[in-house]
Design a protein. Structure first.
Length: 329
């Protein structure tokens, strides 16, 4: 907060709602504060709906030189930096844009344990209704996912339009996606050329299954494989793509993609992101999915919950179609 006075252009009161303009950074003091034990650290990331709207967020803590990573034993306030990248968004007091995960020690699952888990206990990846053969898994410091660009007549993704109306984040199943997105169709051969600095929503080819004793996080794309970002809101709760009756055979992952600097060509089946799995201390009482009324379990489209026609992505036809109020600095 010592830096705010010299950096602030103006202050906005969000008690009655406020519109965050495109490509302008806002700093929001959050309602919650932390008082972590000395053995517990935390990590923040955007909620799925936040990432799918291309709203860039990261958590700032006092006296810390890293975004989103909160050291063990931290006691103090939390601040959220928010930058809408594709659409102006309307926010309200007590609305949640981010989520926080708490951990003890190193919970990361090693590659050998991932392969054994998939082969012997719970398949982690599916193609259709069949587990991916263990020998076909692409594992290297995490589990790789590939992109689905099968086409050629189907929409395989969405490209954010350059200009559109604002989106009120409180309105669910309200907006027509055609007002905000352009459909993406693959070129012959199942490939798409990504325009630099344009935001895309795509789907993984594989269905992901996260067993109850685990969680997963989408990792940064290796820059040696291309200037590409795919992990804006990549956290997978225990139970994602999983059901106790084994009727759910994975859920495909929404890929929030932006190419940097130069055009980038991707092809069907190309590895495009990587999942790191972490062990839970114990199985949660409630799992992602029906237990918590999750919006994206079994998803067949990558659009956020704010848009109507949620299944339009795979078969749509071509053509147009009260605490004290925080402030923003």
């Amino acid at each position: 907060m010592k830096r705010v006075e010299e950096l602030t252009l103006h202050t906005v009161d969000i008690r009655d709602g406020a519109t965050l303009e495109l490509d302008r950074p806002y700093l929001i003091p959050l309602v919650e504060e932390l008082e972590l034990p000395h053995y517990v650290q935390a990590k923040a990331n955007p909620k799925s709906s936040t990432g799918r709207l291309d709203v860039f967020t990261r958590v700032i803590t006092d006296g810390n030189n890293r975004f989103d990573d909160i050291p063990a034993g931290y006691k103090g306030r939390l601040y959220l930096e928010v930058v809408p990248r594709s659409f102006a968004v309307h926010v309200h007091e007590l609305m949640s844009l981010n989520q926080l995960r708490l951990s003890q020690g190193d919970a990361r699952v090693k590659d050998s344990a991932l392969r054994a888990l998939h082969a012997e206990s719970f398949p982690l990846l599916y193609l259709g209704d069949q587990p991916v053969p263990t020998d076909d898994l692409d594992i290297s410091d995490g589990l790789f996912l590939s992109v689905d660009l099968r086409g050629p007549s189907e929409i395989v993704g969405y490209r954010a339009k350059k200009s559109s109306h604002r989106i009120d984040l409180a309105r669910i199943r309200h907006y027509d996606w055609r007002d905000y997105w352009e459909p993406v169709y693959p070129e012959p051969g199942g490939r798409v050329v990504l325009t630099p600095e344009t935001f895309y929503l795509l789907l993984s080819a594989e269905g992901v299954c996260v067993p109850p004793e685990y969680a997963a996080e989408m990792m940064a794309y290796d820059p040696t494989a291309g200037e590409l970002r795919t992990h804006y809101a990549g956290f997978f709760d225990p139970g994602f793509g999983y059901s106790r009756d084994q009727q759910q055979l994975g859920s495909r992952a929404a890929l929030e993609v932006r190419a940097r600097d130069v055009p980038f060509m991707i092809e069907h089946g190309q590895p495009i992101c990587k999942l790191a799995f972490e062990s839970m201390l114990e199985e949660p009482d409630r799992l992602y999915g029906e237990d918590v009324n999750s919006n994206y379990q079994g998803q067949m489209t990558m659009l956020s919950k704010h848009f109507t026609e949620q299944n339009a992505g795979r078969d749509a036809a071509r053509g147009p179609v009260s605490p004290s109020a925080p402030s923003l600095f």
